[in-house]
Design a protein around this ligand. Sequence first.
Ligand code: UT7
Length: 322
Amino acid sequence: MIRSHIIGSGSALPAKCVSNAELAERVDTTDEWIVERTGIRQRFIAGEGETTGSLATEAARKALDDAGVDAQDIGLIVLATATPDQTFPATATTVQHALGCNGGVAFDVQAVCSGFLYAMATADAMLRTGMARRALVIGAETFSRILDWEDRTTCVLFGDGAGAIVLEARDGDGTDGAGILATRLHADGAYSELLYVDGGPSTTGEVGKLRMKGREVFRHAVVNLAEVLGEVLDDAGIVASEIDWIVPHQANLRILDATARKLGLPAERMVVTVGDHANTSAASVPLAFDVARKDGRIKAGDLVMFEAMGGGFTWGASLARM
Ligand code: UT7
């Protein structure tokens, strides 16, 4: 049985960190409101020369180092982003060239905040069907460049960053139980107007700005995440109490708390980085995963649940044994 094993991770953040207090000097908001409603204390904002591609490349290099894998051994790069460097070519090809592993497969996946789950599922399926042996799966974003900095209901919520993992196809009898065990993805385009960007190459010809009806997204997120987590647990034949760590999309601390409550798990089993990074869209899950691996929380043998929900709507969850 071939399974995709997570053998390394890395992450990257822009140099500039912006606190809530600094934002409050630009828009009508307060540190108290942002912390109380979201848990966010600060975010990193890309400066000149920092792009989705450069952050993705840095995260990918660190993931390769961590895995002890040479870039030449990467046959597949799947990069999740809603903020590519250019409309085309795919930012994944920029990363591939920067790493020097030209010639394999490289493409972007666009599922906004669920992008990393979609990218990981795609890479997992391709590895299990033998299309490559080792893959880089990256989530990278520069949402600061599509924010309306006059709109306090959205601009305080997001940040920039990148996270990456290395997946390796391993053939075995499955007795160690390691690798990606179960994944479920969903989308429902009926809700596209609750979270979208008001521009694009085929409509306005402009990049556009992010628009969100936050309260309604919040309500759907809690329900959809509980459902998809239940599906993945059923598919894997395990109960919630067996999960060692949940690595969630980092949109709002209140959504994370509600999800933990619904699963009947203590809040301590959630990896929470929203306070430090804010919402980095497709980057948030691999960024949080890398933080918790590097600080020693997530260890070999642990059962880790990844989950995310975002624009589209799109949502999904994936369970892996380290
Ligand atoms: O990553 C993709 C998925 N995205 C999400 O999951 C986001 C989900 N939504 C949320 O996280 C929350 O809904 C928000 C953080 C966006 C908003 O929190 P909320 O508790 O739902 O607030 P609200 O939108 O109901 O607004 C409450 C009040 C409003 O004032 P009134 O109408 O009650 O007078 C807003 O105008 O807070 C006001 N407000 C602000 N006040 C100070 C909205 N933004 C701000 C702000 N500073 N930045």
